[in-house]
Design a protein around this ligand. Structure first.
Ligand code: PRX
Length: 635
């Protein structure tokens, strides 16, 4: 059916128009023709953004693993589903076929059941990028357990917060993980996290680094012996369209991380459809997304989207810099990768090392290059386009979010003409709009405002786990009848969108969303710290980096600031993870505040970014005198 695979611009235009004129008819056709159902729906869409309540395909029953695995077995049983490339280049890659994936997912699903996991239970998956990670998520989906994957770079505190928020009954982990030349003691982190978690009954441990770890009697079990005993047949649980598939935590500008809840049918349809088109995936292509499955990019575009299309999806355990900065390109050559999807921060880091490590490898298999997670700057875009794509592989700059489940604004390669730094046009079915500060929609082109979405799409998150009110306030309260993204954007003269960045206190560092509040909370726990404020500033590789302004209590005054900075960063690494460490720490006598006592972050942001000329009128501040001293001592 032509609607499923868009091949040229007139077709995009035509299908897009239909998809927004008659969304229900459009999505119904896609659902009908490209997925397997145990029972069809009664109603395609029911929605009310004021509650907010969004239901797609109500009444339908399905299991996503039957769509991602079982239905391919007859025709693609021996095709590679997951191509695992280990951290160490001399360890052989593993080609896991759809038949093997089916057996392994079913065995794992049986192990979950035998350990008391039932439909609706939450299972925390804290596993590095090894096949067990993908298999564990699919095994949960097979039996209707809700997976909550926590990125295996998060600290024990971050892990326990997430386990407790959704009362996970089980944790799946590994003895440890490889990261370049280092190993990480994952099980040790889990043990520490579980000291403050009461809901966890079982910990399943995959063996990866063969380290000597502590196994707690009655709670911890090695995974492999259980899998060896388990049957390779496990009937797929009957899931309602709107049953939760997973929870994935994302940082908010304030408060604890938000457990975004994604449901089954809409998520499946939208990730599959976007995958097919945004990568122009063809049978026998080898597709590689370098993200970690701990983030939404990995959920949607390593696991569910590719597998729903019967694709071969590369899963890479390592880092771009090990054993050297040519690793990505070595993998592209080795596996003849056709579609490559990564983040601007990786592109910038690799570009810094020149072209010698690129020129060594044959990249002629590449057809499409993707970018995700943060705005891609012009220089990085051109390097990616010229040096990697040799000007023949279109770059798709895909804008989307954990909350949106799938890509929202992106070029379709060979269909939408690309423009550096522009995410270009909305994907099929997506109705973006730009709002001004008074809540009015900006009409026409050449306008800049806050990016919202006017109409539901199938893969949008339905709620925040345990806190629907927060979901409503965060996304549906700023503008009436619109989903507010938290991003600013502009629309150029032809209607192309360019994302200008967050308009709230979320800072994107190396493609990772970081809320300022939890970092400030961590810093403020240091006994010498009185108060802190974190802002972002431009950084060559990371896109944005963190700048902390910190005031000390009296007892800190005599302390050595270098040591104090180290302690503060260690505290952040312990509480959140190393990704949230500050690049610059400025100790100051005070923080600029408004008369109502609010920290003037706008001002601090400008100082950190060295935009000292237009700080605006500071005379109305409660303490204007601190501004001069902060300026003088800026790092
Ligand atoms: O600010 C936008 C930025 O990343 C945010 C979403 O982050 P997260 O939920 O972690 O999901 C990242 C992977 C989908 C957005 O609000 N962002 C994401 N993609 C782009 C982007 N900013 C500019 N251009 C992009 N292509």
């Amino acid at each position: 059916m032509s609607n499923y695979h868009i091949k040229n611009f007139p077709e995009y235009y035509h299908v897009y128009r239909n998809s927004v004129r008659e969304p229900e008819t459009f999505w119904e056709e896609i659902a009908e023709e490209h997925f397997v159902w145990k029972k069809k729906w009664d109603k395609v869409l029911e929605w009310d953004f004021s509650k907010p309540e969004i239901k797609w395909f109500e009444g339908a029953q399905l299991n996503i693993t039957e769509n991602c695995i079982d239905r391919h077995l007859a025709t693609r049983g021996d095709k590679t589903a997951i191509l695992f490339e280990p951290n160490n280049p001399s360890e052989p890659a593993q080609h896991i076929t759809y038949n093997q994936l089916s057996e392994r997912v079913n065995q794992f699903a049986n192990v979950l059941k035998e350990n008391g996991i039932k439909k609706g239970d939450r299972v925390c998956i804290y596993v590095p990028m090894i096949p067990e990670l993908a298999i564990a998520t699919l095994a949960c989906a097979r039996i209707g357990a809700i997976h909550s994957v926590v990125f295996a770079g998060f600290s024990a505190t971050a892990l326990s917060t997430r386990i407790n928020d959704s009362d996970c009954k089980m944790v799946i982990t590994s003895d440890g993980s490889y990261r370049g030349s280092k190993t990480i003691d994952l099980k040790g982190i889990v043990d520490e996290a579980l000291e403050s978690c009461n809901s966890v009954e079982t910990v399943l441990v995959a063996k990866r680094i063969n380290s000597d770890i502590n196994m707690k009697e009655g709670r911890d079990q090695w995974l492999q012996p259980l899998l060896d005993e388990a049957s390779t047949v496990c009937e797929a649980e009957v899931m309602e369209a709107e049953d939760p598939l997973f929870i994935l935590y994302t940082s908010g500008s304030t408060g604890s991380p938000k457990g975004m809840v994604h449901t089954t049918a809409g998520y499946m349809i939208y990730t599959a459809y976007t995958f097919k088109n945004a990568f122009q995936y063809r049978e026998n292509d080898v597709y590689w997304c370098t993200a970690d499955i701990g983030w939404i990019t990995g959920h949607s575009y390593i696991v569910y989207g590719p597998l729903a299309n019967g694709a071969t999806s590369v899963m890479f355990e390592g880092v771009p810099s090990y054993p050297d900065f040519g690793r990505f390109w070595e993998i592209v050559e080795k596996h003849k990768v056709n579609q490559f999807y990564t983040a601007p921060t990786a592109i910038r880091a690799l570009a810094k090392h020149g072209t010698a490590l690129v020129d060594k490898y044959d990249l002629s298999s590449l057809k499409v290059l993707g970018s995700v997670g943060e705005p891609i700057n012009e220089e990085a875009w051109h390097w990616y386009n010229d040096t990697i794509g040799k000007k023949k592989s279109p770059i798709i700059d895909t804008w989307w979010q954990t909350e949106t489940g799938g890509m929202m604004i992106t070029p379709i390669p060979f269909v939408t003409p690309t423009k550096p730094t522009y995410a270009t046009l909305p994907f099929i079915g997506i109705q973006p709009c730009l709002m001004d500060e008074n809540g009015n929609e900006l009409q026409g082109n050449q306008v800049e405002g806050r990016l919202c979405i006017k109409y539901p799409w199938p893969s949008m998150a339905r709620t925040i786990w345990g806190n629907h009110q927060r979901y409503k306030e965060t996304y549906f309260s700023a503008y009436k009848n619109c989903y507010f993204t938290g991003d600013g954007a502009l629309r150029d003269e032809v209607g192309y969108y360019r994302i200008t960045g967050r308009v709230d206190d979320v800072i994107i560092v190396s493609g990772h969303n970081l809320g300022t509040a939890p970092i400030e909370d961590a810093i403020n726990e240091h006994p010498a710290v009185a108060e802190s404020a974190i802002v972002g500033f431009p950084h060559d590789i990371k896109g944005s980096a963190l700048y902390g302004y910190i005031t000390l209590k009296d007892l800190g005054e005599s302390r050595d600031h270098t040591n104090l900075s180290k302690e503060i960063n260690q505290l952040i690494a312990d509480k959140i993870g190393p990704i949230a460490k500050l690049d610059k720490i400025q100790f100051t006598e005070g923080l600029p505040k408004t008369r109502s006592g609010k920290i003037m972050r706008r001002l601090l942001r400008k100082i950190a970014s060295n935009e000292l000329d237009n700080l605006g009128d500071v005379s109305t501040l409660l303490n204007p005198e601190v501004v001069e001293s902060i300026k003088e001592n800026r790092l």
